[in-house]
Design a protein. Structure first.
Length: 114
């Protein structure tokens, strides 16, 4: 198991009862970005003809994981394990969260943008 710092931007506890043709679904949905050890997640890219930006990661965890989320947006130590997806490719699966600190999103100064 590997630990990585992540920026958690969304958490939702789900408890969907069983219905015709579908099993009950209970758990915690988490959406996050990989943060890096020192916040190096943001790599400026100003090329508008190409794809730019970051895609968020999304995981579905056990129901009690909602109690590990204490602040959004927040920095967490995420524990990941390697699994094999249905397509046969290896993937990282988030399995646990531990709160590190509150995150703050601010506007960069004009000097930082140039």
């Amino acid at each position: 198991m590997d630990k990585m710092k992540i920026l958690v931007m969304f958490a939702q506890e789900l408890d969907i009862p069983a219905s015709e043709g579908r099993d009950a679904l209970r758990g915690t949905s988490i959406e996050y970005f990989f943060f890096g050890e020192n916040g190096e997640m943001v790599q400026p890219k100003l090329i508008v003809e190409d794809t730019a930006g970051m895609r968020r990661g999304k995981s579905f965890l056990s129901p009690e994981m909602i109690h590990h989320v204490s602040y959004i947006p927040g920095i967490y130590d995420g524990t990941f394990e390697m699994t094999i997806g249905s397509n046969g490719k290896p993937t990282l699966k988030l399995t646990d969260l531990n709160f590190v600190g509150k995150a703050s999103i601010t506007l960069a100064s004009e000097k930082e943008v140039k």
